[in-house]
Structure formats: structure tokens, C-alpha cells
Ligand binder design. Structure first.
Ligand SMILES: Cc1cc2nc3c(=O)[nH]c(=O)nc-3n(C[C@H](O)[C@H](O)[C@H](O)COP(=O)(O)O)c2cc1C
Ligand SMILES: [Mn+2]
Length: 452
């Protein structure tokens, strides 16, 4: 299976021609790219992949919004939109380690030392009030300084100079942990960032699990074959050979810089904070590289991240309650789960499993299998009619969540969490019955005949 962005885009163009738009008019990288995509969605009701061919101040065309459609993401995984969680889970359970090759297209242009210029890249400012231009689609590749196991994630970079950026490392997540280990040794942490990749690589990078689970092998699991990787020019790291661009860098020990404000995925613009410093050592890219910009905080970002999150939550819940029927992350920090509850107490076990499996989730709602968790009205109905707050609400204090949650004290992610058991008690089969019609009456009504 082709592992590059371009083959995937060719597939989109041939199978879903309306899903691809090129804009040749010059656009200002300050706000115009983000605003155009959001307006396209809200006013024209379209969510195409967009290439901005002429972006002021750079030679690179900018591509964005590729992940803003579930059918498009499903196409990348060769499954139906409904099967994406299961397909992702199968890749997690059948990882394929990457395969090193001598060289690849991401090395067509190699810029090192003085030739490195972060200002030559598109200087994209996403929302009003942002502290500067950001790279929002950088996928980090780094090795655990102790075990050598790879980790990948998206980490936003604010461009601060010709060869420097800041980086946001979520407190308590894997790259943050690597950095802390390196910092304790007084060492910089080597990290390479891939920009412009096939959606299987993007999804694999967002896999959530143990620090020992190697995301590069999950990418292989999603491709159904080993991902081709090449060695960096200045670092002891392997990166996707087919990427549009690679940024080779180091996270400095014991050094911070003011980062932000930034319009976050939460829908809020959080203020500036002290964050880690990145020194760029090399940039390598394809000759005619696309620069991918993630349309942060909008569908491009939100749809992409929920699939790996939901797959991991399904895995965790299923290991506790085998009769789980569906898992959904409908909005930031929120998880809905439906189960066929066979035994009293299983809903509470679901709540514990979800909190144990994901840092970000702050509220879990558990419902019975007759409630469609893709319909918020039904979830609210179950909370209203099957839940007694004094009996069915769990509040856990002093836990860790997202450091981007504006409701936490001191904005650092120290948070309380809540679980809502909205299943019928003691079990659905013993609960007050729902109103219904005799089946033969329902079947006997011919709406078309009545309306003709
Ligand atoms: C577009 C996008 C941007 C993201 N930006 C950041 C970021 O700046 N910092 C961060 O820690 N996580 C960010 N994330 C979330 C992490 O990539 C995600 O939680 C990942 O699974 C963490 O990896 P880990 O579980 O291996 O620690 C972003 C996700 C997406 C989709
Ligand atoms: Mn990880």
C-alpha cells in the first residue's frame, strides 16, 4: 500500500472529486487559511481537502483539512466509517515494526546549519490573539532515553526564530516523560517532526496506550505492512521516508520560553505559558513539498483524534465489561459508553476503566444498549430518567487531566472527574418498561399508502 500523502490525495481526487479544492488566489497566512476552511464548512457546507497554492511569504503550498471527513479517513484505512474503531484496534493488537531503507523522498532537499530557516516555512497564524505563527501538524518521533522504544504524537510548535521553536508537551504524557528523563541527565532530547503524511501515519501517531507501545509499529499495523523509515541527517532517529518534510531538532534541558496564547482544541484561547525550547538542527523535504497545516480546533483536528482515543477506550472497557456495545468521544474531555449490563455494578466498572485508560477524559456517561450514544438527546433522556444523582454520580477529586482545560485551578490540569451511571437499576430488564406499540400494529401501518 502506498505510504505517502500524494497517493492518498490522488485516491481522493479520483474517488471523491468534490472532496478536493485548489485555491490559487494568494492568501495571507495570518488567519486567512483557517478562516477560509471554517467558512467553507459553515457557509458552503463543504469539507474538502484544500491546497492553497500561493501563500504570502513562502514558496511552499499549504495543504489542510484532509482529515475533516470520516468517510475520507475510512478510505485511508480501507474500511467503512463504522469499522474504523475496530480496524484501529486490530492495528494496535497486531503492530508491525518499521523497515529501514537507505533513502527516501523526504531527503530530496537537505538543509543543515546556516541553511536552516524556519521563517522560510509558511508562517501560519490560526486565530486572533495567537502569540505567533504555529506549526500544527508536526508529528514527533522520539526514543525513550531508557528503553529506546519510539513514541509519536502531535506536538504544536510556535516558531520563535530562524532555528528555534517552543513546544507544548502535555504534562504527564509520553514525550513529556522522555524529556523529563533526558533533563534529569542534563541531556537534550532528540526529536524529529514529520509534516505532511498519509492519514495512517497521522492516526497511528495519536494511538493512546502504554509508554511501551511503539506508535511506529501501530502505523505499520494500519498500513498492513512495515512503514518505510530513513535515518535522520543529524540525529539517531528513524523517520517516515515518504513524508513531505522532516524537521530534526532537540528539546533543550532546563530551558523554557513564553508560548502562546493559542486557540486550542477546547474552543478557548489559553494565555501564554512557559514551555520547553526546541533547537532545529536540520530540515529535509521533498523538492516540491506540501506543507501540511492542521486546522486546529476544527474538524480536521477533532475527527482525527477521536478515532484512536475511542479505539483505546473500547479496548479498556472491553477488558473490564465484555458486553460493551459502543464507545464515543463526542466532545473534549467527554466519553459516552453503552453496555449490555448483565450484572449489577458493571457501569461503575466502565467508569473506572475509562478513567484508567485516558488522561484527558473528565466525564464518563454510561448507558444501556437501548440508548444510541450517537444521539445526544437519547443520552440526556437516559440521564434524566435512569439516574439518581445521590446514588449514580461519582466524583473523583485531585486527579490529572488536560493542562489545557480552562476550568482547572491554575490551568495546569489538576482536576476533578465525574462519572454518571445512567443505566437502569437494578438492571434494564427489571426497570419500568418503555412505552411501545404492538409489533403487528407497527408493521401494518403503510405510510406511503396513507399519504398517497
Ligand atoms: C492536531 C493535534 C495537535 C496536538 N497538539 C498537541 C500538543 O501540542 N501537545 C501535546 O502534548 N499533545 C498534542 N496533541 C495530542 C497528542 O498528540 C495525543 O494526545 C497523543 O496521543 C499523545 O501521545 P502519547 O499518548 O504517546 O503521549 C495534539 C493532537 C492533535 C491531533
Ligand atoms: Mn505513546
Amino acid at each position: 500500500m502506498p505510504q505517502d500523502l500524494r497517493s492518498y490525495i490522488d485516491q481522493v481526487k479520483s474517488e471523491r472529486p468534490d472532496d478536493f479544492v485548489t485555491i490559487s488566489k494568494e492568501v495571507d497566512p495570518a488567519y486567512e487559511i483557517t478562516a477560509t476552511i471554517v467558512k467553507m464548512e459553515q457557509v458552503a457546507k463543504r469539507r474538502p481537502v484544500i491546497v492553497f497554492e500561493n501563500v504570502k511569504g513562502t514558496d511552499f503550498p499549504v495543504m489542510s483539512n484532509m482529515h475533516a471527513s470520516r468517510p475520507r479517513l475510512a478510505m485511508a484505512l480501507k474500511c467503512s466509517p463504522r469499522d474504523m474503531q475496530k480496524t484501529f484496534l486490530a492495528a494496535m493488537e497486531n503492530p508491525i515494526p518499521p523497515k529501514e531503507i537507505n533513502t527516501g523522498p523526504c531527503k530530496e532537499v537537505i538543509l543543515k546549519g546556516d541553511a536552516v530557516d524556519m521563517r522560510a516555512l509558511p508562517q501560519i497564524v490560526h486565530h486572533g490573539g495567537d502569540g505567533g505563527p504555529y506549526i500544527t501538524a508536526a508529528i514527533s518521533f522520539a526514543k525513550d532515553p531508557e528503553t529506546g522504544i519510539y513514541n509519536c504524537a502531535y506536538n504544536r510548535l510556535m516558531i520563535t526564530g530562524k532555528d528555534s521553536t517552543s513546544i507544548h508537551l502535555t504534562l504527564g504524557k509520553h514525550l513529556w516523560e522522555f524529556h523529563k528523563i533526558a533533563e534529569a541527565r542534563g541531556e537534550a532530547l532528540q526529536v524529529a517532526f514529520a509534516i505532511g503524511v498519509h492519514p495512517a501515519i497521522a492516526l497511528g501517531a495519536l494511538s493512546i496506550g502504554s509508554i511501551d507501545e511503539d506508535e511506529t509499529a501501530i502505523m505499520g499495523g494500519l498500513f498492513g505492512e512495515a512503514m518505510e523509515v530513513v535515518r535522520c541527517e543529524t540525529l539517531d532517529l528513524l523517520v517516515p521516508a515518504q513524508a513531505e518534510m522532516i524537521i530534526e531538532a532537540e528539546i533543550q534541558p532546563s530551558e523554557t520560553v513564553n508560548e502562546g496564547p493559542f486557540g486550542e482544541f477546547t474552543g478557548y484561547s489559553l494565555g501564554a505559558r512557559e514551555r520547553e525550547v526546541v533547537k532545529v538542527k536540520a530540515i529535509t523535504h521533498r523538492k516540491d513539498a506540501y506543507f501540511y497545516d492542521m486546522n486546529v480546533g476544527h474538524l480536521d483536528h477533532m475527527l482525527l483524534s477521536t478515532i484512536p482515543m475511542e479505539a483505546n477506550l473500547l479496548r479498556a472497557v472491553r477488558s473490564m465489561v465484555p458486553s460493551v456495545t459502543a464507545v464515543r468521544v463526542p466532545s473534549p474531555f467527554t466519553c459516552y459508553v453503552s453496555i449490555e449490563q448483565r450484572l449489577k455494578g458493571q457501569a461503575k466498572n466502565v467508569i473506572m476503566a475509562v478513567f484508567g485508560a485516558d488522561l484527558y477524559i473528565k466525564r464518563v456517561v454510561v448507558v444501556d444498549q437501548d440508548v444510541d450514544i450517537y444521539d445526544d438527546r437519547q443520552v440526556n433522556w437516559a440521564i434524566a430518567t435512569r439516574c439518581q444523582p445521590d446514588r449514580d454520580l461519582i466524583i473523583m477529586n485531585g486527579a490529572r487531566g488536560s493542562d489545557l482545560d480552562p476550568s482547572t485551578s491554575g490551568d495546569d490540569g489538576f482536576t476533578s472527574k465525574w462519572g454518571v451511571d445512567a443505566t437502569a437499576k437494578p438492571l434494564l430488564k427489571d426497570f419500568t418498561p418503555r412505552h411501545h406499540f404492538p409489533q403487528d400494529v407497527w408493521d401494518g401501518i403503510d405510510i406511503d399508502a396513507l399519504l398517497s
